[in-house]
Design a protein around this ligand. Structure first.
Ligand SMILES: NC(=O)c1ccc[n+]([C@@H]2O[C@H](COP(=O)([O-])OP(=O)(O)OC[C@H]3O[C@@H](n4cnc5c(N)ncnc54)[C@H](O)[C@@H]3O)[C@@H](O)[C@H]2O)c1
Length: 459
């Protein structure tokens, strides 16, 4: 077999890209037709030289859900603050180097891409640092815990978007119902859109941070687990959840997560967000249970105001969680039977949906639906296919994904702005261009959060 690296390196020079990342992407995007290769050269999606060198940061728990998808690539680095978790992942990826500190991991020279499955309070850091090093990033939801973090990640992505592919881990987005809902709303099945709602019924009640209990086991680098967040004493309960669901042990505490806003809210608001083509809101309001300085609210209702765009008028978007719910569109529809759902209200009807199904209710007994023209079969939005694969293909190709850090970062910014409005206790006006709360100094202060000394978001 001829040496496969030589001709490709040659082409990368011709095209002015000298890095490995550059030529993986350029060569694939340009297509094999542009390359003069020795006969018999293997140059396809899965040619050895065309594989991504991936670092998996957060190697177990949710990280395990990515093991299959990334095994088609070269997993060259594994990073986890828990050495036992590293050892489990190493069985699947025996050739990878090991790290406990993601900052060291990102120094590895041959990386092309990062899959980040760590705690929420580290996502914006790891994503930003990785992009600053020119790496493609797949980051589990939520992308960020504060407005400032969401804006930093999005700005860093936008600066680099001609070189890198990003995806936020809202894999339900690949469910075809997302496309059907978008088509119905865009094609006017509810008439002119007035409001969109999304909600979730999960209730995880905690009184406050856990008290000190015992000492961290030898395999766990607890200080690195805390990372940029203020110190809280070790308690084994933060680590007692099932693999892939351990996030429920820590994501409701302010210093580690954003509660259901970032958890199921990332998925469920995506169902609405995908259909409404919104940028940032011009105002936000929120109310819920009494503020607890240690724990995010279980019960919460937020409302965001969006200006008109080129196909719909100004709308309100609502996020409801932990009990409060939007009003039912008809007495025979019990929305509380839908644990995680969305609803679109228009001047001609209402669409209610969950991740996999939808229900259209035209207004009034005589609504004949003549105002709505269903799409021809060849006009429907094609299936997205594998969600993780979409990102892998984008890294090697056109860099386009459905939940990139612009789309998902904007959604994320809106959701965490709702938490700011809830804390301020009144409607806040928001300048999305500048990222400023214009009518509340307290609101402005709450756009960021406190980090421990030595940790930099934009590193
Ligand atoms: N997309 C989905 O459907 C989905 C489902 C579950 C979880 N998640 C997300 O995945 C993330 C992880 O959730 P989980 O339940 O697996 O949590 P977890 O507490 O089990 O953490 C995941 C892994 O990351 C490691 N880790 C934690 N902090 C780290 C750090 N700073 N550096 C390196 N490794 C670190 C842990 O030891 C563990 O192996 C969360 O952000 C959660 O929101 C997404």
């Amino acid at each position: 077999m001829p040496n496969q690296d030589k001709p490709i390196q040659h082409v990368s020079k011709l095209l002015g890209t000298s890095s490995r990342r550059g030529f993986i992407q350029t060569a694939t995007a340009a297509g094999a037709g542009m390359l003069i290769l020795p006969s018999g050269t293997l140059f396809g999606q899965n040619a050895p030289s065309n594989k991504l060198n991936i670092a998996l940061i957060g190697a177990f728990g949710r990280g395990r859900a990515h093991h299959g998808a990334i095994s088609s690539e070269n997993v060259v680095a594994l990073c986890d603050v828990d050495e036992e978790h590293l050892a489990i992942a190493a069985k699947k990826f025996p050739k990878a180097k090991h790290y406990v500190d993601w900052r060291k991991c990102l120094e590895q020279k041959d990386l092309d891409a990062v899959v980040c499955c760590t705690t929420d309070h580290t996502h914006a850091f790891i994503a930003t640092w990785a992009m600053n090093r020119g790496l493609h990033v797949y980051c589990e939801k939520p992308l960020a815990n504060t407005v400032e973090e969401a804006r930093m990640v999005r700005a860093t992505y936008l600066k680099n978007k001609d070189k890198i592919a990003t995806q936020v881990g809202t894999q339900r987005h690949a469910d075809e119902n997302f496309n059907r809902v978008r088509e119905l709303i865009h094609d006017g099945a509810v008439g002119e859109l007035k409001e969109a709602h999304a909600w979730g019924n999960r209730q995880l009640r905690r009184p406050g941070y856990l008290p000190a209990e015992g000492t961290p086991p030898k395999n766990l680098h607890y200080d690195l687990w805390l990372g940029p967040s203020p110190h809280h004493p070790y308690n084994p309960d933060y680590f007692s959840g099932k693999p892939g669901a351990n996030c429920l042990q820590w994501n409701m505490y302010w210093d580690f997560g954003t509660g259901q806003i970032g958890d199921m809210g990332s998925h469920t608001m995506d169902l609405a967000w995908n259909a409404i083509d919104a940028d940032l809101p011009i105002s936000a309001a929120g109310e819920g249970e009494d503020f607890n300085p240690e724990v995010t609210p279980v019960e919460l209702a937020t409302r965001f105001e969006f200006p008109a765009n080129d196909w719909r008028p100004a709308i309100h978007v609502h996020w409801w969680q932990g009990g409060p719910m939007p009003e039912s569109p008809a007495p025979y529809v019990d929305l509380s039977n839908i644990g995680h759902g969305a609803m679109f209200i228009g001047d001609r009807g209402t669409l209610v949906c969950d991740f996999n199904s939808r229900l259209l209710i035209p207004n009034g007994a005589n609504a004949d639906m003549t105002y709505y023209q269903p799409r021809e079969e060849d006009q429907v939005i094609p299936p997205l296919g594998g969600f993780q694969q979409e990102w892998i293909d984008a890294c090697k190709g056109d860099l386009k994904t459905s939940c990139d850090f612009d789309y998902a970062g904007t959604l994320n910014e809106m959701m965490v702005l709702g938490l700011v409005a809830y804390r301020v206790g009144k409607q806040i006006d928001y300048d999305g261009e500048k990222g400023e709360v214009t009518n509340s100094a307290e609101g402005q202060d709450l756009l960021g959060r406190e980090y421990r000394e030595g940790w930099t978001l934009d590193g």
